[in-house]
Structures are given as C-alpha cells and as structure tokens.
Design a protein around this ligand. Structure first.
Ligand SMILES: [Mn+2]
Length: 298
C-alpha cells in the first residue's frame, strides 16, 4: 500500500521524483498496474450532471512544466474526469517525472484520472526516442524496465464518454466495428483477443486525420498505419453513434486543430516537443454541457 502523504508530496513537488530510489518507484508501478489491469480496453465513462467538466490532455513528452500547469488547472476547474491521451515520455527533459506524476495522480484518485495508451507507451518507440536510454542511464539494469512495460501492457486504448464522445491517441481504425468488439474486454485480456484486433489497436494509437482526403491512405509513419479523410470519419462516427472525437499525436503551430466540421479536435500538451528553442503553445480540451472547448496552457 502506498501512503497518501507520499503521493501528495510528489504531486506537489515532482522534482523529488529524481531523488526516489527504485524500490520506491516499484511501489508506484505495482499499484498502477493493478489499477489499469482492472480497467476495460474501452473505458465507458458517464457524467450525467450537465455542470460536470472533463479535461482531456494530449502528448506530454516529458514537458513537466506544462504538466504542472495542468495539475494547477485541474485543481481550479475540479473536473469529474481527467483523461490523458498517452505519449507521456520520450524526447523531453523530465520523462520519468511526467510518467510517475501521472501514475501518482491515477493512484491517488483512480476514478477521476485515466491514462490511455499512445504509440510512445511501447518498448520499440522508447528505444528509438529516448526514454529507454534515459531510464538505463539512471537505473543501469535493463530488467528494471520490465516494470514500465507492465504498465504499458495494462493500459486502456479509448474512453467513450456518455456514449457520444470518443477519446483516443491517434485516430479511427479501418474496421468500424472495432470499438464495439473491444467493449467489455479487460486490459488484462488484450493478449487473448490480440490476433483479431492487433491492426485496429495499432491504428487507434497511430492513425492521423487529413483534410481533403477520401478514404484511408498510406502513412509515412509505417506499415498498416493510415491517414483518414472526412468521408470515412463521418461514416465511422455515424456507425458508432458518436458526436465528437478528441485525439492527440500531432503538434500544430496554433497548439490544437479542429478537423472535419469541428467534430474532431486534435490537442497536444507539450510545448517543447522538438526543441526548447522552437516552442509551440501547449493545449488541452475541456468538455462541459456537451460542448468541447480547446484551451491553450498559458
Ligand atoms: Mn503519438
């Protein structure tokens, strides 16, 4: 069991995470794995009260300053749910701090905070974009990274809010029935169904919307990954009875971007993704009274 006072301490001052030893981190990892393991691959959240707020947060990529600002915004707005769309690590200066802080929030209030799997919550991508090496530099033993992988393997992929708004990291899969087929399945059962749904799960993490495109087309991001146009997006939304989609995965000079007649909102919550020298505004989304509003983190 983790002491609440320990969680509060690192939430209040995440720079302390750099001083924690691995045994203290293991407690956080284990508790988080337990919580994520009890969740469904498609989280179905309800907020009946029209005044309820939901905050959705995009890629962080080790941008601890933006995350600490968001923690303050969450304190002020007091939302019913906070949904992280994944890509917490890789590239930034404070990757482990961001990861542990998100896990600490989850453990402290597991019915309020949710973390979805992004394409950077995988070993292969961490080995190419920095987190794996940063972790090894600090903890030396590659076996210790299994604690991180156990979290990645237990993460859900989507939030379905009030059966009308879908949150995910990348985009819609080519199989329009995938969301329905994944509903009700526990994250711990992902390996049992993986054969049939591997492609859909990959596409949920990796696909991108593209204006003025028809159908699905090849993406520079890799094999089986697609761009999707407005026609297939509209069909997907109709078949799944959805009003809105909120996703992350891409940075835009203006901080966020609406697509497809303002039914798809793309947010990105890291301000210094490629370099401290070329910051972009970091964004998040707030949902209230069935309205989706993008916000810049100032
Ligand atoms: Mn991504």
């Amino acid at each position: 069991m983790i002491e609440k006072s320990f969680l509060n301490k690192i939430i209040k001052n995440p720079y302390l995470i750099a001083k924690l030893n691995f045994n203290q981190l293991i407690l956080v990892f284990r508790e988080a794995v337990k919580l994520f393991g009890e969740e469904n691959l498609i989280l179905e959240l309800k907020s009946k009260n029209l005044q309820d707020k939901v905050i959705v947060i995009g890629d962080l990529h080790g941008d601890l300053l933006s995350l600490m600002r968001l923690v303050e915004i969450i304190r002020l707005e007091n939302p019913k749910y906070v949904i992280f769309l994944g890509d917490i690590v890789d590239r930034g200066l404070y990757q482990l701090e961001c990861f542990i802080l998100v896990l600490a929030l989850k453990i402290k209030d597991s019915n309020k905070y949710y973390l979805l799997k992004g394409n950077h919550e995988t070993l292969e991508v961490n080995q190419n974009y920095g987190f794996y090496q940063a972790f090894l530099n600090r903890f030396k033993d590659p076996k210790k990274f299994n604690q991180v992988l156990a979290i990645y393997n237990a993460l859900p992929y989507c939030v379905l809010l009030n059966e009308s708004l879908l949150c995910l990291h990348g985009g819609i899969p080519e199989d329009f029935n995938a969301i329905n087929r994944l509903r009700g399945i526990k994250t711990s059962e992902v390996n049992l169904i993986y054969e049939n749904t591997a492609k859909s799960l990959l596409q949920i993490m990796w696909n991108d919307p593209k204006p003025n495109l028809k159908g699905f087309t090849e993406s520079f991001r890799g094999r089986e990954i697609k761009f999707f146009g407005e026609d297939v997006f509209t069909d997907f939304m109709r078949e799944n009875k959805l009003d809105y989609l909120i996703r992350a995965h891409e940075r835009f000079p203006e901080g966020y971007k609406w697509f497809f007649n303002e039914r798809l909102l793309s947010i990105f919550s890291s301000a210094n993704y490629r370099s401290m020298l070329t910051p972009i505004p970091a964004s998040y989304a707030i949902i209230r009274n069935k309205t989706v509003m993008p916000k810049i983190i100032s």
